[in-house]
Design a protein around this ligand. Structure first.
Ligand code: NAD
Length: 438
């Protein structure tokens, strides 16, 4: 069986299958201690990586160029490796059901190229049971090998937070698991070679799978509670941020804020858990209630923007609103499942001309994924309102005075909607603008 010693002495190789936000940083870390083959099905991605360009923005070009990772789209190369880490996407269908197609396809490819005595570790976010009930049977069928005898399997969920410079792959404790004691120990030792924060040995693969999916479910629910409170306090005319500031002085009050929950993790992973819950005959109520609230926040923000425009006597139909930020969160280029798109869509339904500016997002990706055109600040002209949706550092130069300058369309006050509650209300209002925040 593969060992850490074999890897660090470069007698055997590690393969990373799927080189996105999760796989690439991990490949770069392992490259420091072992020979790494980086496999991805996307030709474009592999060509970019070979040229030293990481479209996710996580890895600097110099680090890519100086790495010795062998980037390839050739699945045959997996035969050279004995420790395979799978970091392919786990999206959901429109129906909110898990879409396991990439995981199944990766398992098929690995199975067809699986060397005897290998360990395959899945990192993609799963509901409890995916590794054992779905991946192992595919690996066995495609390889003709027997799991537990000819090869072993582990699961180690990823916890990185793209765009975060403080918590990186190496300094977040990594949960590891294996199908037996020996596999667990090998998986743990391999990860310990690069994860300086250390590893946590979970008692089983299912426990590790469940641990990951509840981390994001818990966060989703906590934000959903804040969003519900925000809707409630708005009806009562109370400032949610003032309430949270006051409540936050208690030592055990959790510091969550209301906001949009987009992206491919927090807004998606709970559906993996609820799918499994239903499969075992349990109808999850709290988790799905939270999902419904969070999924509705884009529409809510758009409706509140329109109400504010009406309050300042703007004619909604034909008014112009600038939305700042499109990516699913601050300081990343990732636009997948962005809830800002819901704001834009709903504003348009009211007849508002909604413009969006985001220096972090890729123009072509935005066009391809949403059919939207990004606007540049210089060309936007005057608008009736600004929705500050994403807190990019790149927006830090925009002051309340700039907002007033932007909001000079027609008569009446301009409206500023501060989705992230980052602006100072008094400063915005002192510019003669009407301020609203979640
Ligand atoms: N991005 C995050 O913040 C984050 C954090 C923790 C966990 N996760 C989980 O990690 C997993 C990967 O997420 P990501 O954000 O890195 O995804 P991603 O979309 O950025 O990257 C996935 C890569 O896998 C490739 N791919 C797809 N199918 C493949 C196949 N069959 N064979 C080989 N390559 C294939 C894609 O081309 C892509 O380059 C998901 O399960 C996600 O939920 C993501």
């Amino acid at each position: 069986m593969i060992s850490l010693e074999g890897l660090v002495s470069r007698q055997s190789k590690i393969a990373m299958v799927g080189l996105g936000y999760v796989g690439l940083p991990l490949a770069v870390s392992f490259d420091k201690v072992a020979d790494v083959i980086g496999y991805d099905i996307s030709n474009r991605k592999i060509e970019e990586l070979k040229r030293g360009f990481d479209a996710t923005g996580e890895i600097a070009s110099s680090d890519l160029i100086s790495s010795e990772i062998e980037f390839t789209t050739d699945p045959d190369r997996l035969k050279e490796t004995e420790f395979i880490i799978v970091t392919v996407p786990t999206p959901i269908h429109k129906s909110k059901r898990p879409d396991l197609a990439p995981v199944k396809s990766a398992s098929r490819t690995i199975g067809q190229n699986l060397a005897k005595n290998s360990i395959v570790v899945f990192e993609s976010t799963f509901y409890p049971g995916v590794t054992e009930e779905i991946c192992i049977p595919i690996l066995e069928a495609e390889s003709g090998l027997i799991c537990g005898v000819d090869f072993k399997v582990g699961y180690s969920p990823e916890r990185i937070n793209p765009g975060d410079q403080t918590y990186t792959v190496e300094n977040i404790v990594k949960v590891v698991s294996g199908q037996d004691e020996e596999t667990l120990e090998t998986v743990a030792r391999v990860y310990e070679a690069v994860i300086t924060a250390g590893v946590f040995r979970a008692s089983s693969i299912r426990v590790a799978e469940a641990a990951k999916v509840i981390e994001n479910t818990q966060r989703d629910l906590n934000i959903a509670l804040m969003n519900e409170l925000s809707i409630l306090f708005n009806k009562m005319g109370i400032s949610t941020s003032d309430v949270l500031e006051a409540a936050g002085t208690k030592w055990n009050f959790l510091k969550f804020k209301p906001g949009l929950v987009g992206g491919h993790c927090i807004g998606v992973d709970p559906y993996y858990l609820t799918h499994k819950a239903e499969a075992v005959g349990y109808n999850p109520q709290v988790i799905l209630a939270g999902r419904r609230i969070n999924d509705g926040m884009g529409k809510y923000v758009a409706e509140m923007t329109v109400k504010k425009l009406i309050e300042v006597r703007k004619t909604v139909n034909g008014s112009r609103v600038l939305v700042l930020g499109l990516t699913f969160k601050e300081n990343v280029s990732d636009i997948r499942n962005s809830k800002v798109v819901d704001i834009l869509q709903n504003l348009k339904e009211f007849g508002v001309t909604a413009l969006v500016h985001d220096p972090m997002a890729n123009v072509n990706d935005v066009r391809e994924e949403y059919g939207l055109e990004l606007s540049s600040l210089a060309e936007i002209g005057k608008v009736d309102g600004v929705v500050w949706a994403v807190d990019h550092d790149a927006f830090k130069h925009i002051t309340p005075w700039h907002l007033k300058e932007l909001c000079g369309n027609g008569n009446g006050h301009g409206v500023v909607v501060d989705v992230k509650s980052i602006l100072n209300r008094a400063e915005v209002e002192s510019q003669g603008l009407v301020y609203w925040s979640l």
